[in-house]
Ligand binder design. Structure first.
Ligand SMILES: Cc1ncc(COP(=O)(O)O)c(C=O)c1O
Length: 476
């Protein structure tokens, strides 16, 4: 067993240090399928840790399919290791295909076929023709000024967020937003409330930055704020997805919104609202942003163009409280946080000429239809095997498994069948919920396609169940 030096990663909860070290030993091939890992008691004694700490790490590794507990016979590295590695994100985990062709059900993608490519190429061509000498130089590290203004107008009208352009920063995607936040708020070694289950990619970025993740459970009303207040009141940041919790899709209730903002005010802490796909709601109107209720200016607000336009654009934005503008500007300059001006100018035209809101309206209708197609196909073909967890908004579906096959095994085999789905267990830290399958319906274009995809997925689930049953019989 490679050594696990818990002292070398200050700020990380100890169980995550143990977890990460074992994961990298597996990724590096130092630990191989079938290898025995030390018992919880032995490892805890060797590392001078509480047994519960090692137990938590092992449970997490077991839930993600890296370890297999064999009762009296000890715990081993799983024989069928998940194909996914610690450093990759769900969308990036899609099997590499020529020119990144998307796979069916792949999360993180809007309806790529419905994007107005002709209009986009007209706008970008116009902008390219207008490029002057200044446009050939470095772009503004805070972002292109007219785009920051257009975002301010959009957020004021559609999300109830009142801000000025100097509070807006444009970054190359949400990952860069998170990096800018971590650096500017000096998050290394600081506590951050984190939804459990929660967005894996954000989790990885925060962990890599040495942030102490404080996993908090999520229920039907969203993040259990009172849990955080009780357990870790002094966290510096709370990262939340209030509109449609990622990945469960539930909305943060009005009471919890108030409690969260009150906590931040009382503790001089910050809340980062990730409003990634709030525009899409199929029952009722989109919920107002948490930031719109932030009277004490304790919330940072992040949005992305990945869902409304396309993810290849790599443009996201961050609104920061007035008190933080100067600090964020310093860091953005120091880091040379620059996004290509041609793309920013084109997006700015897309917004200010009204195309954005027209596209949004069209997409809402389209997604409502596509979502219904996939739900219907899964319900018709998958009764007794899967159950769709219906949520009021977002662009993903959570499909619960009614049979006892690990979700990661299904996700792995689905990938071989050309389906990109995510196992819910991968998004969980401590929450021991039963597994589930996460998928997107945005690119399911017809009833026939929905039926074909649902059929393919259910065949994969049936095959995974049969393999599991064979294995269980072989063990007897
Ligand atoms: C929860 C969540 N936040 C933010 C984003 C946006 O990420 P990006 O701007 O890097 O594409 C995504 C994309 O899938 C997401 O799932």
């Amino acid at each position: 067993m490679p050594s696990v030096n818990v002292a070398t990663e200050p700020g990380l909860p100890k169980y995550l240090v143990v977890y990460r070290r074992i994961r990298s030993a597996i990724d590096d091939g130092q630990l191989r399928p079938g290898d025995r890992v030390p018992s919880v008691r032995a490892l805890a004694a060797e590392l001078n840790l509480a047994r519960g700490t090692v137990e938590t790490a092992y449970e997490l590794l077991i839930s993600e399919g890296y370890l297999t507990a064999r009762g009296q016979a000890g715990t081993i590295i799983a024989l069928d290791l998940p194909a996914l590695t610690m450093t990759s994100s769900p969308a990036e985990n899609a099997a590499p295909t020529e020119r990144n062709q998307p796979l069916a059900l792949q999360m993180g993608l809007p309806a790529l076929d419905a994007f107005p490519r002709k209009l986009w190429s007209r706008l970008i061509t116009q902008r390219a023709r207008q490029t002057d000498i200044a446009g050939l130089s470095f772009s503004d590290p805070r972002g292109y000024a007219p785009l920051r203004s257009a975002i301010t107008t959009y957020l004021g009208l559609y999300r109830g967020v009142q801000c000025t352009p100097d509070q807006v920063f444009i970054c190359t995607g949400y990952n860069a937003v998170l990096e800018l936040v971590c650096e500017s708020l000096e998050m290394g070694g600081q506590g951050c409330w984190f939804e459990d289950p929660g967005y894996v990619h954000a989790r990885q970025i925060l962990l890599n930055r040495g942030v102490e993740l404080i996993p908090l459970p999520v229920d039907g009303d969203g993040l259990r704020v009172e849990h955080g207040i009780r357990l870790h009141p002094a966290a510096r940041l709370a990262l939340v997805t209030p509109a449609h919790q990622s990945p469960l899709g539930v909305a943060l209730s009005p009471e919890r919104r108030r409690a969260l903002l009150d906590w931040a005010q009382a503790q001089s802490s910050w809340v980062l609202e990730d409003d990634y796909d709030s525009e899409f709601r199929y029952r009722g109107r989109p919920l107002p942003a948490l930031k719109s209720q932030d009277v004490h200016d304790r919330a940072l607000y992040a949005g992305t163009f990945s869902k409304m336009l396309f993810p290849g654009l790599r443009l996201a934005y961050l609104v920061v409280p007035r008190e933080l503008v100067e600090r964020f500007e310093q860091v953005a300059r120091l880091w040379r946080n620059r996004c290509p001006e041609l793309l920013q100018a084109t997006v700015s035209d897309f917004l200010s000429q009204g195309h954005f809101t027209r596209h949004l309206k069209k997409m809402r209708q389209l997604y409502s239809v596509r979502r219904a197609l996939l739900v219907k196909a899964l319900e018709e073909l998958g009764g007794g095997i899967v159950k769709v967890d219906p949520q009021a908004g977002g662009i993903n579906l959570l499909v619960r498994l009614l049979i006892g096959v690990p979700d990661f095994r299904i996700a792995e085999q689905a990938r071989v069948a050309g389906l990109s789905i995510e196992p819910l267990s991968r998004w969980q830290l401590l929450s021991g919920e039963e597994g589930g399958l996460l998928m997107s319906f945005t690119n399911v274009a017809s009833a026939e396609q929905a039926a074909e995809i649902a059929g393919r997925l259910l065949a994969v689930i049936a095959a995974a169940r049969a393999t599991d049953q064979d294995k269980a019989q072989g063990c007897r």
